[in-house]
Design a protein around this ligand. Structure first.
Ligand SMILES: *Cc1c(COP(=O)(O)O)cnc(C)c1O
Length: 426
């Protein structure tokens, strides 16, 4: 007999490509039927068959408080009962902007949008408009949303012009994007020496979370800052994932770097669609209607979404919030490494803040090439073994994991008990 998840998956595929509204949800990488989710609370999810899971995806990052936090739900309900959308300014938007500028001091002015993709797309346009240059530097394995100029990865040589990594991106667009290796300082020095006067900006995930989890090597982020400032290029930290996760002030606080522009998303919407880009006043004043760089949005600063974001940001600032969630995440990672060792499985793991990476490889990777050396088939088996035991990991070996403040000792213990059996079965 078919499960309700299977019935829904079949029905979904009739009118939705692959049955999903964002590709990774389709489970193509790991195979099988994705659970169709019905509700969530704290650290737990329930699917259409009534099965319960401990959640380590957290809607891909936003749910840092855990699901359906009562204070966030209450704020959303209160806002919704007043208005769903105005398309006109509100006081709550000022409060959110003030909170962002206070928590990330490199941001002097900020504009709210509705997704991370919108934020990065506009930050790139702003870097180009501000400098009058076209070239953008990005790093292989870093994801910055799905705007044309950012859907580019390296071809064969790292310093060659980018090739589109999606059909439908004109080669002429991709040609303005240079792709380098994450953590390779030598390449940065070389490209700035050769093309410094043409580079509008560098965009980077300061902690890479879209090729599993890769930490910046000492000196990597510093070299970006040094070269950008020397050559008049705009340094963009894409903190859509790392913001309020890696530290309260994001990766820029943790690593002590002051980028020119920052993009945010995920946590700042608390589960509703909010993104933001902001940074140096001089650059932000180039945005319409103050300046010549155009950007707009019908639902930007939506009152219900802003209410969710404000309620979330209020809670993440509470005393010990960051240190507690960081400790829980470390506990999870240490426990998983210990279980893998007992089962003699080649495995490593690490965490930063409330983000973690799992690698079927002897040590954590430092580059895209090293991420590719992880044993993907083993991950896929491990993933299904964990899912079966009620632990919901990201359905791909190339995603970071997320812990929420609702995860406690009970959830970690249950996860490690599942992992013990899962590792033994490999
Ligand atoms: C998720 C993500 C984005 C895109 O955000 P969306 O809201 O999915 O458009 C951009 N950059 C990074 C680093 C992300 O993790």
């Amino acid at each position: 007999m078919k499960s309700r998840n299977e019935i829904l998956f079949e029905r979904a595929r009739e009118h939705i490509p692959a049955g999903v509204n964002s590709p990774v949800r389709a489970f193509r990488a790991v195979g099988g039927t994705p659970p169709f989710l019905e509700r969530a609370s704290g650290a737990y999810l329930w699917d259409a068959d009534g099965k319960r899971y401990i959640d380590y995806v957290g809607s891909w990052g936003p749910m840092v408080l855990g699901h359906a936090h009562p204070q966030v739900v209450e704020a959303v309900q209160a806002a919704a009962s007043k208005a769903l959308s105005f398309g006109a300014p509100t006081e709550a938007e000022i409060e959110l902007a003030e909170a962002i500028c206070r928590l990330l001091p490199s941001i002097e002015m900020v504009r709210l949008v509705s997704s991370g993709t919108e934020a990065t797309m506009t930050a790139i346009r702003l870097a180009r408009g501000h400098t009058g240059r076209s070239l953008i530097v990005k790093f292989e394995g870093c994801y910055h949303g799905h705007a044309d100029s950012l859907l580019v990865k390296a071809g064969s040589g790292a310093l060659t012009f980018g090739n589109p990594s999606s059909a439908g991106v004109p080669p002429e667009t991709a040609a303005h994007t240079l792709v380098l290796d994450f953590n390779n300082i030598e390449q940065i020095e070389k490209i700035f020496a050769a093309r410094g006067a043409d580079i509008a900006g560098v965009i980077v995930e300061p902690v890479a979370g879209n090729m599993n989890l890769v930490l910046p090597k000492p000196g990597f982020l510093e070299s970006l800052q040094k070269n950008c400032s020397r050559h008049g290029a705009v340094l963009i930290f894409d903190e859509v994932m790392t913001g309020f996760r890696v530290a309260l002030g994001g990766a820029q606080a943790r690593y002590g770097i002051r980028p020119d522009l920052t993009t945010l998303g995920k946590v700042i919407g608390g589960g509703l669609p909010v993104g933001a880009f902001g940074g140096r006043r001089e650059i932000m004043e180039k945005i319409a209607p103050l300046g010549p760089v155009y950007q707009a949005g019908t639902l930007s600063g939506n009152p219900v979404a802003v209410a969710a974001g404000l309620a979330t940001l209020k809670l993440v600032q509470e005393k010990d919030f960051q240190s507690k969630i960081e400790k829980t995440t470390q506990l999870l990672v240490d426990g998983l490494v210990a279980e893998a060792q007992k089962a003699k499985v080649v495995f490593s793991a690490q965490s930063v803040g409330s983000m973690f990476g799992l690698y079927f490889r002897a040590s954590p990777p430092a580059s895209f090439a090293e991420v590719m050396q992880c044993d993907k088939d083993r991950f896929n088996k491990f993933f299904h073994q964990m899912l079966m035991r009620g632990v919901y990991l990201a359905p791909s070996a190339y995603e970071a994991g997320f812990v929420s403040a609702a995860h406690g000792a009970a959830e970690i213990d249950a996860t490690l008990a599942a992992a013990r059996e899962a590792f033994r079965s490999l």
